[in-house]
Design a protein around this ligand. Structure first.
Ligand code: SAH
Length: 394
């Protein structure tokens, strides 16, 4: 331990760590000794020089270090990372997600691997690294993933914007095996094409699994509007659930073609595909006095950080107001925010404000969030990003 670099915390700044929150912010650091390099393991000590944790050092990030473990006797080596990956995969087995269904195998801090996300689509595993700590151990990550039962391809999608904050270049490509021509996200008896190389995130929004099931259940004989449709996953679910009609809006032509392909893959008809800006199209539908029984509003992340919350709030309000106006009495709105910076309280207030302005009375009849493979550690509430409300108009 003698040549171990250390980060000494300012007085009192060990408090969140004692509750096992895994981040050491730059402002909490009193002194760094031993010239650690990016991704090196450092011993974190409090202001009385008592050891607190082992962490990976990120000199370029305001999150200056991320905890690997609070057991300072452990060695942070390839085996450590491989064991964490295996433990995360093992936990998913026990969650009751059907075997073969698309699943998030590793969800960063929630699985003790800050900066690593792994999604599994049957035999294909896609990972994304966003921190120098995990980046330094990427070979161990790849071999741990390659050794999971039934895995034939390991693909790297380390191209998120947040990599540059850690001084990392984008990196993508096959790391083990070969990428099959068709990759499918399966979900019960539905299946969706996954564009592993170019799709959003790792190619599919696995995190809306529970919501797709609910939308299917409520779609029978209903006129459904799916706004921000992307892969058309909600439209396909609505069709399978027996919707009377479906309209899907997305500003991206390729996204709508993907939705069409997914409809074909599931032998369902998803009706109208509208390539348009959602804000403009919702206004136009309102002006044409269109109405629907069920609307899904699943916009992209509108606030990337706390500075963007005000602007995002106005956009959420606008969208929800328009959607509420388009709903018939007795209609259901499935409305979401995937912005971590927008709290669920704030989101509910925004939707409430939209109802007032739309002059509609409405009830929350359900709350939605991240599914079980995207867990929120009690000691790390920052893991929460997805929230949804099911709103019934009176
Ligand atoms: N509900 C989707 C995920 C939505 S991702 C699913 O189940 O997979 C967000 C989508 O919104 C993307 O497809 C993007 O093309 C689209 N988008 C972004 N801005 C938009 C806008 N202003 N109007 C319409 N679509 C938009």
């Amino acid at each position: 331990m003698s040549d171990q670099s250390t980060i000494r915390l300012k007085a009192g700044r060990d408090r969140s760590l004692r509750r096992h929150h895994p981040w050491i912010m730059s402002g909490s650091v009193d002194r760094v000794t031993g010239d650690p390099q990016p991704g090196d393991t450092v011993l974190v000590i409090d202001d009385a020089n008592r050891p607190v944790a082992l962490a990976s050092y990120s000199p370029h990030s305001s999150i200056r270090a991320r905890v690997w473990t609070f057991d300072i006797e452990q060695s942070i080596d390839d085996d450590f990372v491989a064991n964490r990956v295996a433990a995360a995969a093992e936990r998913r087995h026990r969650l009751g997600i059907a075997n073969g269904d698309a699943v998030r195998l590793v969800f960063g801090e929630a699985d003790g691997l800050p900066g690593l996300v792994v999604d599994r689509y049957g035999p294909v595993v896609v990972f994304q690294i966003t921190t120098v700590g995990v980046d330094a151990r990427r070979d161990a990550v790849v071999s741990a993933l390659a050794s999971l039962d039934g895995v034939e391809c390991v693909y790297e999608r380390s191209d998120g914007d947040n990599r540059s904050r850690e001084g990392l270049e984008p990196r993508t490509g096959v790391r083990h095996g070969s990428l099959p021509a068709d990759v499918w996200a399966r979900e019960g008896d539905l299946r969706f094409h996954v564009d592993v190389e170019h799709g959003h995130k790792t190619g599919f929004y696995i995190d809306q699994r529970d919501s797709r099931r609910l939308v299917a259940r409520h779609s029978r004989d209903r006129a459904v509007l799916n706004v921000f449709g992307y892969t058309g996953s909600f439209s396909v679910a609505a069709a399978r659930g027996g919707a009377a009609s479906i309209t899907t809006i997305d500003s991206s032509g390729p996204a709508l073609r993907l939705a069409e392909a997914n409809a074909r893959a599931n032998n369902v008809d998803i009706g109208d595909l509208v390539e348009a800006d959602a804000f403009t199209e919702l206004r136009s539908l309102r002006d044409r006095r269109a109405s629907f029984d069920l609307i899904v509003l699943d916009p992209p992340k509108l606030a990337n950080n706390p500075n963007q919350v005000d602007r995002a709030t106005r956009a959420y309000k606008d969208l929800n107001l328009l959607a509420l106006k388009l709903l018939r009495p007795g209609g259901l709105l499935f409305t979401y925010s995937c912005s971590g910076a927008v709290s669920s309280d704030l989101f509910q207030k925004v939707v409430a404000g939209a109802a007032v302005d739309a002059n509609r009375e409405a009830h929350i009849v359900g709350r939605l969030g991240q599914p079980s493979d995207h867990p929120i550690p009690l000691h790390f509430p920052e893991a929460e990003y997805l929230k949804g409300l099911i709103v019934l108009t009176l």
